[in-house]
Design a protein around this ligand. Structure first.
Ligand code: S3P
Length: 161
């Protein structure tokens, strides 16, 4: 097996599940946002503020293009599946799991998060519209859809493993 990519909307559990999976399978774990933040020395809100969203999207694609660790688990950012190039890199270099969560749970988890610029600038309705628009792209990027509603992190991790 090559890389394991976890895709899905903000708050769908990509990082939490990625970390657990990493421990369970003894495979290195990378959180894309954390990697980009470390590379730039800036937080995600600072990158959005200073360079704009489009530059952040370029950084995400750059990360996917140049990340060479062969066997690892990657929690992608929630916007990664929007770009055709990103979807294609992920599908060609690994196995892509889409963590499907319902919007009500997602809103409960992320609505007060100040570290997510998209949440900061959107109303609940706007965010739900983005969620609905992205759903087909997550499905398109993924080899396997994983239902997370009413399942514990442990159950989801074991299912993927
Ligand atoms: C984003 C999701 C975030 C982060 C950035 C933009 C998005 O990642 O990349 O704030 O557009 O959905 P998480 O999904 O890890 O929160």
């Amino acid at each position: 097996m090559k890389k394991v990519y976890l895709v899905g909307f903000m708050g769908s559990g990509k990082s939490a599940i990625g970390r657990r999976l990493s421990t369970l399978l003894n495979i290195p774990f990378y959180d894309m946002d954390a990697e980009i933040a470390a590379q730039t020395g800036m937080t995600i809100p600072q990158i959005f503020e200073t360079y704009g969203e489009e530059s952040f999207r370029e950084m995400e694609t750059d990360f996917l293009r140049h990340f060479h660790d062969e066997y690892c688990i990657i929690a992608t950012g929630g916007g990664v599946a929007m770009r055709e190039e990103n979807r294609s890199i992920m599908r060609q270099t690994g196995l892509v799991f889409y963590l499907n969560a319902n919007f009500r749970d997602i809103w409960r988890r992320i609505s007060t998060d100040i570290n997510r610029p998209i949440v900061q600038r959107s109303s609940r309705i706007e965010l739900e519209t983005i969620f609905n628009k992205r759903m087909p792209l997550y499905l398109k990027s993924a080899h396997i859809k994983v239902e997370t509603t009413d399942r514990t992190l442990k159950e989801i991790t074991q299912y993927i493993a």
